[in-house]
Design a protein around this ligand. Structure first.
Ligand code: SAM
Length: 249
């Protein structure tokens, strides 16, 4: 299974993900009776928004972190009659019962390196003509943070691949190969400014550098995060988002 996340700290942070979620869900065209899959639903912010968009339908939230899903269940405990919560790896075949009408995903795909398997899997989960909207870190994402990490880790960090920031052409080709049509893929620089000090450190540790920290002894975590933060020219996460809109052929 994918790594665990610190769900409570995640929800306490000022997340640009809120805006990314609104932007992504805004590209869905729903009547209100559909079943929608939230792929990498995390603690359920967009899952809740999707439930509002389909008052006569259902939402399936899939995530690989049981701590994120525990937090989602607690937050949405009064809405579980129309919500299925599935702990699963998005790169493995999903057992959803039947195909969904739409798939939405926010801030998740860059944590997955095998996009061919991911898109093939999501295409199998979608009915013919079903909508697919997603966003994630794209080519050039967090380049300054990456450079700072490389500087801090030096030779010991070589060969570690914790993210995959895909581009427009490779993503378009993979979506076509997976059986999608009406494909639109764009890259969008979207830097996020944080307060220097505690907020920046907490954000980096929880949202950005979790996979790096998993590879380090706990006693090194604080020093590592502070060393990366100290190498940033300003308290800004230099996000570049990859926006995807497509339809299952
Ligand atoms: C940055 S969080 C985004 C969560 C939520 N969509 C949001 O915008 O707040 C990324 C999520 O992707 C999930 N994730 C990463 N790789 C995954 C995989 N292979 N299968 C399922 N979930 C995965 C993580 O567990 C995490 O909850």
């Amino acid at each position: 299974m994918p790594r665990e996340w610190d769900a409570k700290t995640y929800d306490s942070l000022p997340l640009p993900h809120q805006e990314w979620g609104k932007r992504t869900l805004g590209r869905l065209n729903l009547r209100g009776t559909e079943t929608v899959l939230d792929a990498g639903c995390g603690t359920g912010r967009d899952t809740a928004a999707l439930l509002d968009l389909v008052p006569g339908g259902r939402v399936i939230g899939v995530d690989g972190s049981s701590r994120m899903l525990d937090q989602l269940r607690a937050k949405l405990s009064d809405r579980l009659d129309r919500l299925d919560v599935v702990h699963a790896d998005l790169t493995r075949p999903l057992a959803l019962g039947s195909q969904v009408d739409a798939v939405s995903s926010v801030a998740t795909f860059h944590w997955i390196t095998d996009h061919a398997a991911l898109f093939a899997n999501l295409a199998r989960s979608l009915r013919t003509g079903g909508q697919f909207v997603a966003e994630c870190g794209g080519e050039g994402n967090v380049a300054r943070i990456n450079a700072a990490v490389e500087e801090v880790l030096g030779a010991s960090g070589e060969g570690e691949k914790v993210w995959y920031f895909a581009g427009v052409e490779d993503t378009t080709a993979r979506l076509e190969a997976a059986g999608f049509t009406d494909i639109e893929v764009t890259l969008q620089p979207d830097p996020a400014r944080l307060e220097p000090g505690e907020q920046l450190w907490s954000y980096l540790a929880t949202v950005v550098l979790g996979s790096h920290l998993d590879r380090l002894p706990e006693s090194d975590h604080e020093d590592f995060v502070r060393a990366v933060a100290a190498r940033l020219p300003e308290p800004v996460v230099d996000y570049v988002r990859l926006n995807i809109t497509a339809r299952r052929a």
